[in-house]
Design a protein around this ligand. Structure first.
Ligand code: SF4
Length: 490
């Protein structure tokens, strides 16, 4: 099989992995040498129409896999052609693509060939060739194979900008059911180690983690170490090589500054393959940020690829609206100091399809609004739909110079379309005067219908009968009915 055929199969096999983003890494080569220098603030990624990152070559080392995860096209029981890159082939291919300006970096994942350690060793070889043979300073994201040895994970972290271990499913029960070869410890253990190696603390901006996540994490990372685990003897790395770079490397090898996985670690969760609620998923994400200092949790709407009674049938639309709501809520956890328990509860465990999570929260807490924009604290302002961290900070600074009216808020970047219902200003001392139904109507997310009516029908708060997506009048009627139902519910 020639290289392009291999590439077609192995990029196809990697496309279901959403955990890729090339932001957040600062690096530059020695003056006049190497290639691929990047800045954390640089525009070094782009996204395809389906939202996936395309600036990286996203590829599998191999689609051979000894594991049998039921949702995966590469599982051992699936009858598909199997191919494997040699490290040399993949490194050469990456550099050729980089030189042609097709990509800016590499997102490397793999099926499990022979064992987790053998697979990691091959992936590390690719990273080493890129860094040391080709002097490639660009962005490298490497998946950690659950169950791989600590020393191999550490070495991968020395070479890559970002490591990620996919948690895959939101509960231990689902993991047992669908991924019989993986365990909670084989996933969380590497996460804890990456955190230790990179010296990253848990996400201090997150509110106190309230109770264990559903994939309940150990109390401290030491519980996750596998006792007696030693370096694989099967492969290419001596102890010296594996510890190279700790504290810096004067010879110009990697890591150049002694750091491991400088852009942090991420993980991916599959949404909609198993019955967990949004509340369960968000609490797990919150726990991961809190305990392991993850940079990002990626949510990937499940695309059915297999006929299996445990999974949604092939042809079931991927839950894209649900994925979208989870990303919005995740942002509220990371940047707005919300807790999962404020957004959802055991009684209301799923996000509202018609409202973004922040509007939904605000409408359920109308007793806290409206706020006087010239007196409210930054923390309270952050809770207002249409006010973000930047505009909240600008408001606090600007009002030292004088009282702010609606025109001033607009200049400061506040999205008045949403914020006006929750703020009082000197020119609007009584707010907008709209009643509850009017506010609900104004806050309905205009993008919902672009996700398709099948998506919406997953949620129980909607009218039982939904019209076809092509019927505009019916859509309007559905929105009207939903608005009335919503307004009555708040
Ligand atoms: S480990 Fe599981 S998810 Fe990963 S390639 Fe193998 S079967 Fe697929």
């Amino acid at each position: 099989m020639d290289l392009m055929e291999k590439l077609t199969l192995l990029t196809g096999g990697a496309k279901y992995d959403a955990a890729c983003t090339s932001s957040g890494a600062d690096r530059s080569g020695p003056p006049g040498k190497g290639m691929g220098s990047a800045m954390a603030a640089g525009c070094c990624h782009s996204f395809a129409a389906d939202g996936r990152c395309i600036s990286l070559l996203k590829v599998l080392m191999t689609n051979v896999c000894i594991y049998d995860c039921q949702y995966c096209v590469n599982r051992r029981s699936n009858d598909v052609p199997r191919v494997t890159f040699t490290p040399e082939e993949l490194a050469e291919l990456t550099i050729q693509f980089y030189r042609r300006n097709y990509i800016e970096g590499l997102f490397l994942s793999s099926g499990v060939i022979h064992s987790p350690d053998v697979t990691m060793e091959r992936m590390i070889r690719v990273l080493e060739l890129l860094r040391e043979k080709y002097a490639f300073y660009g962005y490298l994201h490497c998946k950690v194979i659950p169950g791989a040895s600590k020393d191999l994970i550490r070495r991968a972290g020395q070479l890559a900008d970002r490591l990620s271990v996919n948690i895959e499913l939101p509960s231990e029960r689902s993991l047992r059911l669908l991924c019989p070869d993986k365990t909670r410890q084989s996933v969380l253990g590497p996460m804890a180690q990456i955190q230790r190696d990179s010296g990253v603390n848990g996400h201090l901006c997150l509110p106190e983690h309230r109770g264990p996540g559903l994939l309940s994490a150990p109390r401290n990372s030491h519980e996750l170490d596998s006792p007696g685990r030693t370096l694989s003897v099967s492969g290419h790395f001596s102890d010296k090589e594996l510890s190279a770079g700790n504290g810096g490397n004067a010879s110009g090898g990697w890591p150049r500054d002694g750091r491991t996985s400088g852009a942090g670690q991420a993980t991916q969760m599959i949404i909609g393959a198993t019955p967990e609620s949004d509340f369960q998923i968000l609490r797990l994400a919150q726990g991961l940020y809190h305990r392991y200092g993850l940079k990002r949790v990626f949510y990937s709407a499940y695309v059915p690829v297999t006929d299996n009674s445990l999974l949604p049938a092939p042809g079931t639309p991927p839950p894209l609206l649900r994925e979208h709501r989870l990303y919005q809520a995740d942002f509220l956890l990371r940047r707005y100091q919300f807790a999962a328990e404020e957004l959802l509860s055991a009684d209301a465990p799923n996000f509202h399809p018609y409202l973004d999570p922040k509007c939904d929260w605000a409408l359920r807490h109308m007793d806290r609004f409206p706020l006087d924009v010239n007196r409210a604290s930054r923390e309270d302002l952050l809770r207002v739909p249409g006010v973000g961290p930047t505009s909240a900070a600008r408001i606090v600074t600007a009002r030292r110079e004088g009282r702010l009216d609606t025109a001033a808020l607009k200049r400061l970047g506040v999205v008045l379309k949403r914020a006006q219902y929750f703020l009082l200003t000197p020119d609007r001392p009584r707010g907008t005067g709209l009643n509850r139904e009017g506010i609900v109507r104004a806050l309905i997310d205009p993008g919902i219908f672009s996700f398709g009516m099948e998506q919406l029908s997953l949620f129980t708060a909607l009218p039982a009968e939904l019209p076809g997506a092509g019927d505009v009048r019916s859509l309007r009627e559905a929105a009207e009915e939903a608005t009335r139902a919503l307004a009555a519910g708040f």
